[in-house]
Structures are given as structure tokens and as C-alpha cells.
Design a protein around this ligand. Sequence first.
Ligand code: ADA
Length: 576
Amino acid sequence: MIRNSRSEKDEDFFQKEQFLNTKLFSNLRKKFCLDGIWDFHFAENVKENYQIDKIEFDTVMSVPGCFDAQDKYRFRRGIGFFRRKIRCHSIIKLAIGGLGLRGKIYWDRKLVGSSELPYSPINLVFDAGNNEEHELIIATDNRIDNSPSSMFQPYYDFYGYGGIYRSVYLSYLPKTWIEYFQLTTLDITDGTIQLKLELDGNIPKTTSVSIRFDDKFHSQHKITGATGTLVLKVPDFHLWSPKDPTLHQITIDIGHEQVREYFGIRQIKAEQGKILLNEQVLKLIGYNRHDCHPQFGNAIPDSLLLNDLQMIKDQGCNMIRGSHYPQSEHMLELCDRLGLLVWDESLGWGNPVAVLQDEEFQRRQYEQTRLMVRNSINHPSIIMWGFLNEAETCKPETKPFIEKICRLIREEDESRLITFATMYGIRDLCFDLIDVISFNTYPGWGSRKSETQFFESWEVHKELDALADFIANSPWKDKPVIISEIGAEALPGDHSGRRWSEEYQAKLLETACRHVIAEPRYAGILIWQFCDIQAEENGRFLIRPYGFNNKGVVDSYRRPKLAWRTIRNLLNDIQN
Ligand code: ADA
């Protein structure tokens, strides 16, 4: 069991499947991280049917890395070709944590896979060939596709970077392998969990499964065919929560293959307008956060990622909304470890009915949502699944699609809550489909009613009361309500006290946080947003000072604005 202090096992936290050659875990799947400096070529104005044989690699690029965040290619659109040579053989699994905006993958110059889903993991299983040097090329295209089926629409309010956003791994697969496993807490009073297993490859009639918890406790089981469900009791169990994020470890061994995973025992539910974690009422307080930095784009290095999460945790928050796309494995591992709750969501931003009704867009959305849920299923930090930020959910035509996404999530996972962030307030038509009602609202900023340039708290109070009153008198009065976005822009160094100043933002956010924290009808507040982010040149670039969305409480380089200190003092006062 892992407590907060560092233990020997923690040394391997990010390489947990890589310590393969130790005697104790000799069957652990052989998995290699391919991150590093790869060969690179950037091609502008290149046609879709380019010939991969003709690409000449003339320079280098870091993986993970966004080429258009580098000075040489900043804001340029085209295809970034990344190449790496690898000596390997036989059946392998290539796992790319996420890329953008779309990608094609070549092995020895033959196409082995492609993806239209920015930020989504890509998992490819294929025969690598003989034991010799092979060539892997990942072509990442950051040109904006403005057809309705495109997953990254030109009007999104964040920059669409090009490159490999997240780590790349290669693993050898044995003849039968564990393709998927899902751990669900069944009973928090006695540590009972459910393990669903899916095998792939050459499937024997029955498979012996040996389970070990925390390297101490051992039990033997059998499954028939490719799938199986086991109900297990975790000995000496300890519950996971933000205050005490204790993790356990499971080792699943099917003879010629072993996988290990950290997990947490905890239960999340919604009841009578409240969110309960392990039967305790929970008030969510935190931030919307984009993976964005001027020098790294979406490919956030681990040290910077840790810094962001640690800042948020140390400020006294307990929650992060991963706006507006599926979060990386590293981000989720750190949140499990630090004790930060996560709302993980699939990609979307303000999509209108015409896009929401496009069949190919729908197919991609289902695919990304399913991949998100299956890839992140074992992270205790995730308490809510979300999708399609601010889609046109006030239109009846949208409802069947939203209903289908909710059904798809529930088919995969019934243990977490479902939500989406709406900008339609009381006009939204899909509240019956979800577990938690989440309002994005900008009183005192976007929806300014008063004439003065200075902040007036009544606007925030009035709006938050109106939303809470509406839900309290609606058929959804038993669903928890949260403010999923609220905020104001602040230009660092502007201390005029007027709109756009640090003071204005700090006052607005302090007012909103105090209101939600004191109001029992609210289950939480997520400030928009943690850091300033690069705006998309086709999106709101022209109405954003410096081309940035400046609603961060820290700037794009993570330098605190006044609001950061204000919220920290507020949470400190409340918690002590
Ligand atoms: C919306 C949206 C955010 C951001 C915000 C803003 O609510 O969900 O992504 O664009 O507005 O800053 O205006």
C-alpha cells in the first residue's frame, strides 16, 4: 500500500511497467518508452497523398513535442513527420498517448494506423517483423479541417497544436495477453472490489489468474474464454480520498504475462443534491486546466505538469476539470497520487446542431469517449466523465446524441458520475440524462448587466441564486449542481481596479467562491481557469489581448496574479 511518504516502490511510479527484468516480476510485460529526440521534417502545403518514401528527415524534434510551439515553426500549419529507428521483432503493441491534430503511423514506411482524434491514445498491435532495425514514422498534421466531422473545429477557444503530445511506448506481447482490466470498488466497508478482465491473442479454454495485492497477498482464480469477472477482497485495505490518497497495487499474472497497476478504493455518488465521496459530503473546489504552455504547446513536460498540480493542491483545492479533452496518463497518475479529483472529458467546444448531427462527428465522438473511459478507468482520481463542452444542448435535435453518449459511458462504467458543462443555463434540455448539472456562467464578465467598469458583487450573487433556485424548483432538484466555469480576464500588471485588472478578477472570483462555498445547494465551483492559454487564430484570437485567453489566475508561465493569492487566502481561512 502506498501512503503519502515515498517508498522504494514509488521510485518506479512512472515506469511501473518497465521494471521488467527484476527477478520478482520476470513476467511483467516488456515495455519500452520511446520518448526522446527523434528525426523530424516539417512540410507546409503538402498534399494528403504525399509519398512517405520521399520524406527527407533534415532535423530533429523532441517526443513528446509540439513542433508549432518551437520558435522555428511557431504557429505554422502543415505536417510534422517524426521518425525513430528501433530494433525489435514479432508481435508488438505501439501505444501513443496522444497527438494532434490528426496522425498517420508508418512502420517500415507502410501505413499501420491513423487517428482523427486529437489527444486520444492510439494503440496498435502488429507484427514488427524480423529482429532487425525498423523505422517508425508518425506524421502529425495540424492543419485545421473545417468540415462538420472534424474533431477540432476552427472556432474552438484554444490553440490546436501539432505534434506528439504524450509519451510513446512499445511493448512485446506474449501469445495471450491482458488487453484490458477494470477495477471497481464494490464495498468501501470491507474493501471488496470487482476485477473485469479481457484477454486477447491466442485464447485458451481456461486461464489461471493469480492475483497479488501490495506484493503480499496472493490468491488463485480461473477464467473461461476471453473475459472474466472476479470479486476480490483487498486485505488491509485503506480508502482513497483527497485528504488521504492511499493507493494499493494489484499484480495480475496469467502465466506468461503479468501486469501491475496502482488503484484506490473509494466510492462516489450523487444523492439529494450532494456529491458524496466514501459517504461523506464533498464540496468540489478547483480549476479548469488546459495542457498549454507557450514553449511546449500541449506537450507538457512532467516537471511542469507536477508543478501545476502541486500548486492547485497546495492552494487548498480538491478538483481539476480537464478542459476540454481527455487527460494524459501522467496527469491522472499524479492526481491519484496527490489526491486531486478529476473531471475527464472528451473533446468539444461550443458545437452547434449542424456538427452534432454529422454522423462522422458522432462516430468520432463515441470513439473518443469510449477510448477515454477504457484507458483511464482505473484512476481513483476520476470521479466524473464529461463530454462536449458547451454543445448546443438547448436544442431538441441534439438530445438523442447526448443520450447515446451517456449510455455508452454507462455501459463501460457505472461507478462514476456523468456530466457536461452547459452554457445554456435554464434553457438546457438534457439535464434528465446526466447525474450532475454543471453551469458555465460569466456574471460580471461576459454577461455584464451594469454600466460601471468596476466589479459589483450583486451580479454574481443574482446569477448564482437564480440558477440554484431554478434547479431547486425543477424535476432535477435532487441532482447536485456545480458551477463548472466562472471567471474574468486579468492582464498581469493592470492594477487599475477596472475590468481587465488583477483586482477586478480577484474580487469576482472571491465573491463567486464565497457564495458557492456557503450555499448548500451548490456541490462545487471550478474556476475558469488555472493558467492563461494561447487562443486559436481562427477562433477568438482577435478579441483576446496578446492572442491569449487571459482568464488564468496564473499567467501562461505560471506566475501568480492577485486572484491566485486571494483564493489561496480564502481557502486557507475556511480550512483552518
Ligand atoms: C467558455 C468556454 C471556455 C472559454 C470561456 C471563455 O465558457 O467553455 O473554453 O472559452 O468560455 O474564456 O470565454
